[in-house]
Design a protein around this ligand. Sequence first.
Ligand code: IPE
Ligand code: IPE
Ligand code: MG
Length: 263
Amino acid sequence: MFKSTTETIPETGAVPRHIAIIMDGNGRWARERLLPRVAGHHRGREAVRETVKHCVERGVEYLTLFAFSSENWRRPPEEVSVLQQLFRAALEQEVSKLNEVGIRLRVIGDLEPFGEVVMGLVGKAEALTAGNSRLTLTIAANYGGRWDLMQAVNRMVAEPRAKHGAFTEGDLARHLALNFAPEPDLFIRTGGEQRISNFLIWQLAYTELYFTPTLWPDFDARALDAAIASYQGRERRFGRTSEQVSTARKVAKSRAEPRRHRV
Ligand code: IPE
Ligand code: IPE
Ligand code: MG
């Protein structure tokens, strides 16, 4: 079980261990080029490939990508159908490559409406890559933060319990769809909007937020490095004062250094 940012103060490093991204702006990218919106989604797939590759190179351990929200069903049916086809094609064509480079694939969200074929492909992909440890790539598909909280609450209260009393944060966190990952260190949203759009509403409690006007199909290694550089300039206080943070850092550093003068 990973440490909760509200119950303990997690150790943080220079490279974010977990990056979560809202890949937004595909439609506008296409519109700027007088192309149909779906052309933007196709190009967005290339940006996913590049981002995954660069995260592996930078040593990021978890990458979570918002591909389709529980509210995206409200879009025109033709666009919804293209997005579903793209998801299915990615599952059919990319999984063996991901497996070859040691990536573990997970999918979170309510997959039922996608049908049995997609559910089967997801199950197979997750099983095939389960033993990989280079990077955990999570795709959020038909995912909504509120859906996640509700399914977690429902499963939590239905579970047989040894002791009675109030549920804890840990009880709930264990039932969330992303229970296999630490809370994100860095959240990125491309496309210029500054909102969460019902993404990981529980887990983003202490995540550093980064918004960029870059449209998702234009997001590349340089853009990712810019987001990581911004993250590195932040002071993560988790409720403490700045002075407490620097004292804690000095103590951790002196513990890590080998003792030179032993008596
Ligand atoms: C993000 O790009 C992709 C999905 C939501 C699936 P959009 O399609 O939302 O692009 P914009 O925001 O309309 O430009
Ligand atoms: C959020 O983008 C969902 C995904 C990127 C999958 P939207 O484009 O759907 O968000 P809103 O509607 O602008 O908030
Ligand atoms: Mg959008």
